[in-house]
Design a protein around this ligand. Structure first.
Ligand SMILES: Nc1ncnc2c1ncn2[C@@H]1O[C@H](COP(=O)(O)OP(=O)(O)OP(=O)(O)O)[C@@H](O)[C@H]1O
Ligand SMILES: [Mg+2]
Length: 287
């Protein structure tokens, strides 16, 4: 399944992006931006506004309010389109590729930079599920909650990658726009899906070493597991998925670090019969 924004991106024209941007601004104040407001903000005649709103609705980038006054709001796909457009204009992205991972909290695609470098593009999708739930209960739910939740997840992850790279083995941070993070593409497989490892002890040591280096830089991952560790064909590991990191000064940092390390040790105990003790490993990480 390819992202709707990628599907329609080539058909979008400057006026379409202008209308999407106007809607983004309007959504700071409105649940659904009233059509007359869109006309004022865009400086376009109302028949041109109607034409654009119709196009963007057909492209499934915006949605119309079904009751009360006539208004529209961006769908996540419209927000994706704005971010992609900005990244193209900034010469970060040139061509979009295929899905690498589609999940509850993020969709990840590969893409090309103008110089041919392959990158991973992570579209954060926070607040998506809770939004639908809220919407069913109350028609006037704060429509922007997913925008802010997804944006701040991107910001937090990019911030962590910038602090950690290259001292800790993480994807290289390349760019951020809105809820989208562009980072180095890893050729590798999630630890959970690696069929067999010849030297599991070395891999585990590598993971713990990286956890220690992150800790020394003041960062605890806080969602570490075999799903957020990628193993390269060379056997080298990378730790991914950092939006929920906490600083080591956080009051729950020790507890979260304990859970991170325990998850990893449990996995290696179950899968590879490696029996590392939790207290000693934690002492090594924090020592
Ligand atoms: N830089 C990258 N290079 C290659 N693949 C990546 C990269 N980042 C993430 N992936 C792939 O996408 C998957 C999901 O990424 P990540 O863990 O960052 O997001 P998530 O929030 O956990 O999403 P999900 O809800 O799908 O688990 C990873 O398990 C990995 O397979
Ligand atoms: Mg993950």
């Amino acid at each position: 399944m390819i992202l709707q924004a990628i599907n329609v991106f080539k058909q979008l024209r400057p006026d379409d992006f202008k209308m999407l941007a106007v809607m983004e601004r309007g959504m700071r104040h409105y649940e659904f931006v009233p059509v007359d407001k869109l006309s004022v903000l865009s400086g376009l005649a109302s028949k041109d506004v109607d034409y654009l709103l119709d196009r963007l609705s057909k492209f499934k980038l915006i949605v119309r309010r079904t009751t009360g006054y006539v208004g529209y709001r961006l769908l996540p796909a419209g927000y994706d389109a704005l971010a992609l457009r900005a990244l193209v204009e900034r010469s970060v992205l040139e061509a979009f590729g295929n899905p690498l991972g589609i999940g509850k909290e993020a969709d990840i695609y590969d893409a090309l930079m103008p110089d041919g470098t392959k990158v991973a593009v992570k579209f954060n999708r926070l607040g998506r599920t809770s939004f639908t739930r809220v919407k069913k209960l109350r028609p006037y739910a704060p429509s922007c909650s997913w925008v802010y939740a997804s944006r701040s997840a991107a910001k937090r992850e990019f911030d962590a990658l910038q602090r950690l790279h290259p001292h800790v083995s993480v994807p290289k941070p390349i760019a951020i726009d809105r809820h989208v993070v562009v980072m180095g593409l890893i050729d590798g497989v999630e630890l959970a899906n690696v069929a067999g490892i010849t030297e599991p002890g070395i891999v585990l040591e590598d993971v713990i070493e990286n956890v220690k280096r992150a800790y020394q830089l003041g960062i605890v991952h806080a969602d570490l597991s075999e799903h957020n560790i990628v193993v390269k064909p060379s056997g080298e590991v990378l730790i991914i998925d950092w939006p929920q990191w906490v600083p080591t000064s956080h009051r729950n940092a020790k507890e979260l670090l304990g859970r991170d390390v325990e998850n990893v040790l449990k996995y290696f105990r179950r899968k590879f019969k490696l029996k590392w003790g939790l207290p000693q490993t934690l002492e090594y990480v924090t020592g």
